[in-house]
Design a protein around this ligand. Sequence first.
Ligand code: TLP
Length: 356
Amino acid sequence: MIDLRSDTVTKPSHAMREAMAHAEVGDDVYGEDPSVNRLQEVGAALVGKQAALFVPSGTAGNQLCLRAQTEPGHEVIVEGHSHIVRYEQGAASALAGVQLHWVHGAQGLMTAEQVEAAVRPKDPYSIQSALICIENTHNAGGGTVYPLSTIQAIRAVAIAHELPMHLDGARLFNAVVASGVSAAEYASHFTTVTFCLSKGLGAPAGSLIATDDRLLLERLRRFRRMYGGAMRQAGILAAAGLYALEHNIPRLAEDHANARRLAARLQQIPDISIAPGAVATNILFFDVHSQKLSLPEFVAALKREGVLLNAVGSRTCRAVTHLDVSAEAIEQAADAIACVLDRSRPPHIDSVPAPS
Ligand code: TLP
């Protein structure tokens, strides 16, 4: 199977499994797991922060940051198609008790003016803004990368209103590799930064929350326990995360090249439309305009050809490239897509055999 549903489907390589098998472990709730401690140090340093906390998932990372930096009844400014809004099961309201204030950014990217307009007045009647969240790269926006200047401008708004900023950097290193901006430069504008070790970096699970604020870190640690995310001999997973950080960051460029390769092939197929410049990193959205196949039928037909994709609307598909998909597999996937759509097209009048 060529699995393009997500970069979450990556499986640990043999070398990563070796590192996991030999991981030194201890009880991380006592702070005694050497592998977790090392991962937290390495991860924090990588994004230029003082400290980091290992958490089970990107969702846990986002939700802990929301919970620890707000009080129930506060409002959080966030892009309307962000993961926090769409894919975290309403946890912001259910667990942190906050209201989300959606801002609709072009391809998921908010502007400073939009954020400024979303900040609530500090009067006794208005709900209070407490946190600004940015997702970089932006998943539903098409793996888009925030220009550093936009983040700096949003940061200026945050400073003016004394608001902390949280970065959902589930795919921060895709942004780093695509833009050449360092992770530390991006992270310097945020109080909290989360990034996933799973997804394109290839670890089986785990994310880090990084921050310079030691008191906040202790608050995050308490909420991690409350949310059930404190693990014991988590060093087995941390070893995979360490391996991912040490080996799998620069190669994300290959995934970006593969996403561009797929887009270039799909652009040649008559029943497919792709927005120009649609590929920023490793995520590609494209529309299917088959007259005969519904989108679920198209996805099912493709599965029979050995290619998995996600349908994300009535005619839109998402394909995500990652370290378990080679350039050759991308060509095969494009062939399969062309073949499925070709078969579904009504025969051209010239190609219908004349009655004998
Ligand atoms: N994204 C997944 C799905 O949940 C949609 C995917 O397949 O892309 N932030 C961002 C920007 C994400 O894309 C994701 C996962 C998360 C957070 C959550 O990470 P996990 O799955 O580890 O909780």
